[in-house]
Design a protein around this ligand. Structure first.
Ligand code: ADP
Length: 181
């Protein structure tokens, strides 16, 4: 099984691209499982907050959840902000997980603001609705130092971005099979 860790700010397109890829590859009988950070925060990771320690633990658990799919799927995609290079490196080195950077400029994300989070993070300090831990605005994000693929979602269509990831998965599944035989 190929495991991919996405990394990118909120609204960059991690969920959108993963869902599109899952659907596209299903047409070719390739089974993709998505380990979506937003979904797992309501279940397996419901006890975790947004401190650095909790964000790291969150990603470690998502990696375990992805690994648990074993050979029941061809590819598992961990779709979470995944902000720290330290943990991304750990996943890469410990489990040979590939890293895909879903990259989009913050000013475009502020404009998109599909979940309304940027608007809340940019409110005055004393506003009751102010969000204090939005990655990239008032919480840290380590720009990736290492990645296997970068997708620039600010400048292309969803379809174009998703096709880049489809191609990457197809190539890497093929390589993984060749390496085994
Ligand atoms: P994330 O999971 O990274 O928080 P989402 O997938 O929930 O982000 O939201 C991404 C938003 O950006 C969606 O509203 C989507 O329609 C839009 N979008 C625009 N262009 C792209 C692109 N090239 N790839 C992915 N999403 C895009």
């Amino acid at each position: 099984m190929l495991i991919i860790q996405l990394t990118g700010l909120s609204g960059a397109g991690k969920t959108t691209i993963s869902s599109y890829v899952k659907e596209k590859l299903a047409e070719r009988s390739i089974k993709v499982e998505i380990v979506d950070g937003d979904v797992y925060r309501k279940t397996l990771c419901a006890d975790l907050g947004f401190s650095r320690q909790d964000r790291c633990e969150n990603i470690r658990r998502l990696a375990k959840a992805a690994l648990a799919f074993g050979d029941t799927c061809d590819t598992a995609i961990i779709a979470a902000i995944n902000p720290f290079e330290e943990v991304r490196k750990e996943l890469r080195e410990n489990y040979s997980i590939k890293t895909v950077w879903i990259n989009c400029a913050v000013d475009i994300l502020i404009e998109r603001d599909t979940k309304g989070l940027y608007k809340r993070a940019l409110l005055p300090e004393d506003h009751p609705d102010k969000l204090h831990n939005l990655t990239g605005i008032n919480d840290s994000y380590d720009k990736p130092l290492h990645w296997d693929l970068i997708i620039n979602t600010g400048s292309e269509t969803i379809e174009a971005s998703a096709n880049v990831l489809c191609k990457f998965i197809l190539e890497n599944i093929k390589n993984a099979h060749q390496a085994r035989s």
